[in-house]
Design a binder for this molecule. Structure first.
Ligand code: HEM
Length: 444
């Protein structure tokens, strides 16, 4: 029992505490019901539908912004002092090392959860029925999250940071039309240096957070505007449950699990910090950040212009999916249909096998510049592999239609699944199977 004491006004403080508590609860409920509808279909509460990936991405963003603000109190964006300020934070500041680790791992995990969230939205066809705009907003969020990671990568100013950013920015100049201007703007000089560090810092702590918060707020608003999250049409009239407590208790449990896991992981696996950056000593191999290694792998096989154009064209295609695949009957159903499941499975297997075969063939046998010595390399090693790859993608789409009798939605599912899994395969090759001079190695 709670003791109740009389205040000078004669009112019981116990009563006023109760009033205060119910007022706070009303405010909290109000915030929750701004973000969520009052009732949600029971089917949308199944964890195995969304896997909570959008919510976890949002929570990770909150964690990143809060830990990022704390890091700003100690970080010094100067090439002479940045590395030392990180060392100071790690060794002299209470919980400094944990703080940096949480920020580092949450940033990496966010890339994974956003990518998986995108896969879930794609596999359930949740870009259909008026959700095209939110799919496009999602693509913008994906690019923002990647830019966040990329700009943050340089800040510790260690060897890993310096060379990963040097490799990645050297690629940017090959982006058609805007490449050179973008590189000059980002680097602020001929190479990665003080101006680059200052630029990256400003973009990382001011420009991107503002853009991300705005875009994310719009994303959430659109979910409400689009009639809340998707569900199969047959579930339209099913039982609805109140958001409070049914949805909220699931979200709180997922949040508690995520925060505990990140804290435990960060306690036992500190964020890496190599030697201080040394522009005179590139490591061998000089690799980009892990999430760019799929793209760096392309660069080993094609002229840089083609290696930039291919992912650009694919991203454009992925952005336009809702305008191509408008069949709404299969919205909210994982992999569309039983035919869709077969196509997706075949596409996933192909996405593992084909890139490995092509990488090995190109490493040891294919040699377009040698076979076509009369042509400039931008054609023999650029346009020819690019056109062949695009033709190959067309054949894959066509095979799903012919072999599996897939409709447009199912064949698109197959093609895009192939692309997603190929990206993962190429990234794994880049992380584990590339050694000194970026030669293929056997890691074990
Ligand atoms: C920081 C990144 C992102 C955050 C925080 C976020 C958050 C969310 C949340 C909380 C939902 C509600 C359902 C769920 O949890 O799955 C959602 C739905 C949705 N998201 Fe995202 N999202 C992000 C990125 C993306 C990306 C990269 C895409 C796709 C390119 C995307 C497309 C969509 C679509 C179309 C919906 C509606 C899905 C449906 O109706 O079932 N989002 N997002």
């Amino acid at each position: 029992m709670q003791a109740s004491t009389k205040t000078p006004s004669g009112k019981s403080s116990h009563v006023s505490r109760q009033v205060e508590r119910s007022r706070m609860r009303a405010v909290m409920n109000n915030i929750i019901l701004h973000l969520h509808p009052t009732r949600v279909p029971a089917s949308a509460l199944r964890l195995t539908y969304t896997w909570g990936l959008g919510g976890l991405s949002a929570l990770l963003t909150v964690i990143l912004i809060s830990t990022g603000i704390l890091l700003m109190f100690r970080y010094d964006a100067s090439v002479e002092r940045a590395y030392a300020s990180i060392q100071f934070l790690e060794t002299q500041v209470m919980f400094g090392s944990l703080l940096r680790s949480v920020h580092h791992w949450a940033a990496n995990l966010l890339l994974v959860t956003v990518f998986l969230h995108m896969l879930r939205v794609f596999f359930t066809g949740s870009y259909k029925k008026g959700r095209a705009t939110n799919w496009l907003v999602g693509i913008a969020l994906l690019l923002l999250v990647v830019s966040f990671n990329f700009t943050g990568y340089l800040l510790p100013w260690d060897q890993l940071a310096y060379w990963a950013v040097t490799v990645a920015t050297s690629l940017l100049s090959y982006i058609p039309l805007i490449g050179n201007a973008l590189t000059t703007f980002l680097l602020g000089g001929p190479e990665v240096g003080q101006a680059t560090l200052r630029n990256f810092y400003a973009i990382h702590v001011a420009v991107l957070p503002a853009l991300l918060l705005l875009t994310m707020s719009y994303h959430f608003w659109r979910i409400r505007k689009d009639g809340d999250i998707s569900q199969p049409e047959r579930d339209d009239k099913v039982l609805k449950l109140t958001t409070i407590p049914y949805l909220i208790q699931i979200e709180l449990a997922a949040a508690a699990l995520l925060i505990t896991s990140i804290l435990l992981w960060a306690m036992f696996v500190p964020a890496p910090l190599e030697e201080m950056a040394n522009p005179a000593h590139p490591p061998n191999p000089a690799k980009a950040a892990w999430y760019f290694l799929g793209l760096q792998e392309l660069l080993l096989h094609m002229h840089p212009l083609a290696a930039m154009m291919l992912p650009g064209l694919i991203l454009l295609g992925v952005a336009l999916i809702p305008f191509w695949d408008t069949r709404s009957e299969d919205i909210g159903i994982y992999f569309r249909s039983s035919t869709g499941k077969k196509i997706a499975l075949s596409a996933a297997v192909l996405g593992v096998v084909l890139p490995i075969v092509l990488v090995v063939l190109d490493e040891y046998w294919v040699d377009f510049p040698g076979w076509l010595p009369g042509l400039p390399t931008i054609v023999s090693n650029g346009m020819i592999p690019l056109v062949l790859t695009m033709a190959g993608l067309g054949i894959i789409y066509w095979s799903f239609q012919k072999l599996f009798k897939g409709n447009r939605s199912e064949s698109t599912l197959g093609l895009v699944t192939f692309l997603f899994i190929s990206l993962i395969t190429l990234t794994i090759i880049g992380i584990f199977f590339r050694g000194p001079n970026m030669a293929l190695i056997w890691p074990w």
